[in-house]
Design a protein. Structure first.
Length: 215
């Protein structure tokens, strides 16, 4: 059965791989699974057909036969469980990799997304007042993560779905100057971006943005 995911017709990030379909594309590339992409406008994302797949009117979604999923973390977890390459065979190592998936999305990502929301959606004066507090929260998490990673290449042995999600989360700080304060985390993100599967996924999502507009 063909896998179909959804993505922005015109990504707000300008094709820089920050939209969450990138996580799903990368996971599918890591496990060698082909997929189709259905592109959606912001208007289409709020229409009944898409809301039946994603009740919150967002992307990505994942369809394979009768199965329809939403939430990028849940989709990556499903892919990792169904196909070899993103979760270890050892039960304990597998459990730890899953723990890092949750840590990336539930502990590290929230203050980073809070920073983005404040920057783009809030009043400038309010944003300037809040930014130091948001950045303090981010630095606390990055300091803890940096200490845990140390000199290792990946979070727990071999590359896993936990690393895939953590790298995509940390990438959201690129350009802020904060990530660069933690050299081992910067190098960690660079290793993730150097993976062939990441490069294939990035090129695929960038092609959507750079393609000539269609009628």
């Amino acid at each position: 059965m063909t896998i179909t995911i959804t993505a922005f017709e015109r990504s707000p990030d300008g094709g820089q791989g920050m939209a969450r379909d990138m996580r799903v594309r990368w996971a599918l590339e890591e496990v060698g699974q082909p997929y189709d992409v259905r592109l959606l406008s912001f208007k289409a994302m709020k229409e009944p057909a898409h809301l039946a797949l994603h009740p919150f009117g967002q992307i990505p979604t994942y369809q394979e036969g009768d199965l329809a999923l939403f939430e990028s973390g849940a989709i990556v977890f499903h892919i990792a469980e169904r196909h070899a390459g993103l979760l270890p065979d050892d039960a304990n190592a597998r459990a730890r990799a899953i723990t890092w998936m949750f840590a990336a999305l539930n502990t590290v990502e929230p203050p980073i997304v809070d920073r983005e929301v404040a920057e783009y959606l809030e009043d400038e004066t309010w944003y300037e007042q809040r930014l130091p507090f948001i950045d303090e929260r981010i630095r606390k998490r990055l300091g803890e993560l940096s200490g845990r990673l140390g000199n290792a290449d990946w979070l727990d042995g071999a590359f896993s779905a936990g690393d895939l999600l953590m790298v995509t989360v940390l990438r959201r700080l690129e350009g802020s100057g904060i990530l660069e304060e933690y050299p081992n985390l910067s190098a960690y993100v660079a290793r993730g971006k150097a993976r062939p599967a990441y490069k294939r996924a990035f090129v695929a999502q960038l092609a959507v943005f750079t393609a000539a507009p269609t009628a």
